[in-house]
Design a protein around this ligand. Sequence first.
Ligand code: NAP
Length: 242
Amino acid sequence: MKKVIIIGATSGIGYEVAKGYLKLGWHVGIAGRREEALKKLRATNPDKIEIQALDVTKEDAPEKLQLLIDKLGGMDLFLLSSGIGSQNIALKPDIEINTARTNVGGFIRLVTAAFHYFKEQGGGHLAVISSIAGTKGLGSAPAYSATKRFQNTYIDSLAQLSRMEKLNISFTDIRPGFVQTDLLKDRNYPLLMKPDHVASRIIHALNHKKRVAVIDRRYACIVFFWRMIPSWLWERLPVKSK
Ligand SMILES: NC(=O)c1ccc[n+]([C@@H]2O[C@H](COP(=O)([O-])OP(=O)(O)OC[C@H]3O[C@@H](n4cnc5c(N)ncnc54)[C@H](OP(=O)(O)O)[C@@H]3O)[C@@H](O)[C@H]2O)c1
């Protein structure tokens, strides 16, 4: 039976992807800080779900990932969905620093742990959920967009490192557009997608081992044109949600 571990599966996209893999008959390991939410999901399918509470910002997170791998009896696919983000037009430094602690510090901590595991094991599939927000710097959410760009570049780097070292690791960088989850709960965004729709597109991309997957086609189109906007013009555009 195939084994997937999803970090950040207590709500939103990670939660829906976990449910999707359960339907496909996979053995699923789920993690996040909210243990009650993990237990609740496990109760729906106790034979197929293993749980582990962990906080990606804490130093013991890699040990806890290893505990979860042991409970599951291995790991074929690792998916990091943990992340935080908020608009910060007032540019409060604590919001910016906290975002970086989770989306950069926590990201490095878990992704490197998964990389080392797959290196040791002789292969595997390492996937992360970044965002289209990394395409260009967003004035309304500086740390969020910058940390998402960091994630894109980090996975590019690991993909090259893996080839240099002749490791059998596949990488997928998943970049969703706006999704109706807790992350966006306080604001109105255009073209909001339902998390279950996004999860099924993500599973499709993972099954095809896509290297970069923008979810969905409408956002792929937006990103295509977005990239063509020159910096001098981009800086003058007031991009923000209501
Ligand atoms: N919603 C969107 O429009 C959108 C678009 C593009 C990309 N994304 C990305 O998708 C990912 C999932 O977000 P979502 O939209 O599904 O929001 P969400 O429902 O708020 O889910 C965030 C997940 O991250 C986990 N998490 C947060 N901080 C953590 C920490 N310190 N340690 C461990 N887990 C932590 C949360 O679990 P606990 O609270 O239980 O720890 C939760 O499971 C994020 O990386 C986000 O940037 C979202």
